[in-house]
Design a protein around this ligand. Structure first.
Ligand code: PBG
Length: 322
């Protein structure tokens, strides 16, 4: 055959393939999510998220040693408090679950990057991400409270705060609150394009944060929309976000790519609980190869344009690629 172009030449050997490879997964890209609970001596596996645990603060420190030893640079903390109320006020108390966890971690592992999820759904008695009035989520009172949460996390030693509530104006409220309290060096990694997704199911079980009534469709985004994601991202950037996030990741790779093409901030992809649970379940049945599927999926997030990947597989991936 008289073929001039033979793309297979560049795939001929392992060395050539490595040489021309455009995207690479590094353990420095990974952020590991952790669920912190009240109590002592608790390390309980989350049934729908095998390999992930509810950890009390003492056990958390053991887990963190493992994470640091693996070379993972950062974690994102989710608190599961014992006490909840109508507005979620235990989210910003000085001795709250996250605040205590941050202090303990910073004390022992000052180099580890601590990101805290800033939301109220784990802390409200009704499970919505803010203050409710007659079934409606009130935007402006909620963002004032979110700013209090962020400030209290910064006071406790968090390096970055990650608002995940999808209220309007929360990034600005948080930036102003942090700056007024002398935390102008604390980074905001904003869940900018967060969709109302069925892929959060296992997380909500794990975090006891499912809304008791209704859903989150009046604040999280419609999965049908893409332009709206760009608008949300643009607003977050204008309000002071340092890093933007797209969530979930796998069904929203197009959003990551559009964000990459339109903005110059670092992008994080959140490889969410449902994405994790699906692969785990199929792998358990022997239907897919977990390691290969995970590495391919995370690579696709980077290829789409993400620099940072939040994933429940962070520890496994760090082992697999080292
Ligand atoms: C809190 C929050 C959620 C997730 C991260 N932060 C749940 C939700 O919005 O209902 C989901 C993460 C995951 O599914 O892994 N608002």
């Amino acid at each position: 055959m008289d073929l001039i172009h033979r793309p297979r030449r560049l795939r001929k050997t392992k060395a050539i393939r490595s040489l021309v490879r455009q995207t690479k997964l590094n353990k420095e890209d990974l952020i590991y999510p952790i669920f912190v609970v009240e109590g002592e001596g608790i390390k309980e596996e989350i049934p729908s998220m095998p390999g992930n645990f509810h950890l009390s603060i003492d056990k958390l420190l053991e887990e963190i040693k493992e994470i640091v030893d693996l070379g993972i640079l950062g974690i994102i903390l989710f608190g599961i408090p014992d006490e909840k109320d109508e507005i979620g006020s235990t989210a910003w108390t000085e001795d709250g679950i996250i605040q205590r966890a941050c202090r303990k971690i910073k004390d022992k592992y000052p180099e580890l990057l601590i990101i805290t999820d800033v939301c109220l759904c784990q802390y409200t008695s009704h499970g919505h991400c803010g203050t409710l009035e007659e079934g409606c989520l009130l935007n402006d009172p909620t963002i004032e409270n979110l700013a209090k949460v962020a400030i209290s996390h910064a006071q406790a030693g968090a390096d970055m705060v990650a608002p995940s509530d999808m209220m309007d104006g929360r990034v600005r409220a948080i930036r102003e609150g942090l700056d007024q309290h002398g935390y102008d060096d604390i980074t905001i990694i904003s869940y900018s394009a967060k969709y109302a997704s069925a892929f959060y199911g296992p997380f909500r079980d794990a975090a006891h944060s499912a809304p008791h009534e209704g859903d989150r469709k009046s604040y999280q985004m419609d999965p049908a929309n893409s332009d709206e994601a760009l608008r949300e991202i643009q607003l977050d950037i204008e309000e002071g976000a340092d890093i933007i996030m797209v969530k979930p990741a796998l069904s929203y790779l197009d959003i990551i790519r559009r964000a990459k093409d339109n903005f110059v901030l670092p992008i994080a992809a959140y490889n969410v609980s449902g994405e994790y649970a699906m692969v785990k379940a199929a792998a358990e049945k022997g239907w897919i190869n977990e390691q290969e599927v995970v590495l391919e999926s995370l690579l696709s997030m980077k290829r789409a344009g993400a620099e940072i990947i939040i994933t429940y597989w962070a520890k496994d991936v760090a082992k697999w690629i080292s």
